[in-house]
Write a protein that binds this ligand. Structure first.
Ligand code: IMP
Length: 181
């Protein structure tokens, strides 16, 4: 950790563990109203950032859930989006006519969400497709896209925790935090 230029002791909590816990229940209730409870639901976890959000969210869902994992990278090691989307693994089963929910950690520029939404519609033809994101940086948007559901709207600051990282670190923090300027 010595080369790390961001010190964990300087982190300020933006969204507490408890706030996130309550929000997960709220989001799950909304999801349950959107998809028939007696139909299976494919939950697509977008790695790596949404691993914790997605894992905690599915625990609240009463559907027969199938979890699938895809991996995309857009930030590299920086705190600004590289706009260089790298689809690392998009392997998925046949989702035609299935209920699908894409789960993301954060929508920032919106380029990842745009790419995924278009890809799923064009390639997978789901019965119903929704996009849920824990965080929404509306002010950073570079393409007109909104998640169907989201947990918290935040300012245009770089955040870590609850799956979100800086140079691979801090994903394990149970809250959302930022480094004050
Ligand atoms: P977008 O394509 O610019 O919307 O970026 C989406 C991806 O960038 C997210 O899935 C995150 O992995 C990453 N990202 C965006 N903002 C942040 C942040 O504040 N902290 C950590 N990762 C972020």
């Amino acid at each position: 950790m010595t080369e790390l230029d961001k010190d964990i002791n300087k982190l300020k909590i933006l969204i507490s563990e408890n706030e996130i816990k309550n929000k997960l229940k709220e989001l799950a209730e909304k999801i349950e109203k959107e998809y028939p409870i007696d139909e299976e639901l494919y939950v697509i976890c977008v790695l790596k950032g949404s691993v914790i959000f997605c894992s905690d969210l599915v625990k609240h869902l009463k559907h027969l859930v199938k979890m699938e994992f895809i991996r995309i990278s857009s930030y590299g090691n920086e705190t600004k989006s590289s706009h260089n989307l790298q689809a690392i693994d998009l392997t998925l089963p046949n989702l035609e006519n299935k209920n699908v929910l894409i789960v993301e950690d954060i929508i920032d520029t919106g380029l990842t969400a745009r790419f995924l939404t278009d890809l799923f519609k064009i390639k997978h033809h789901p019965k119903k497709l929704m996009f849920v994101s824990l965080l929404n940086k509306k002010c950073a948007r570079q393409t007109a896209i909104e998640p169907d559901l989201y947990g918290f709207e935040i300012d245009d600051k770089f955040v870590v925790g609850f799956g979100l990282d800086y140079k691979g670190y801090f994903r394990n923090l149970p809250y959302i935090a930022y480094f004050p300027e």
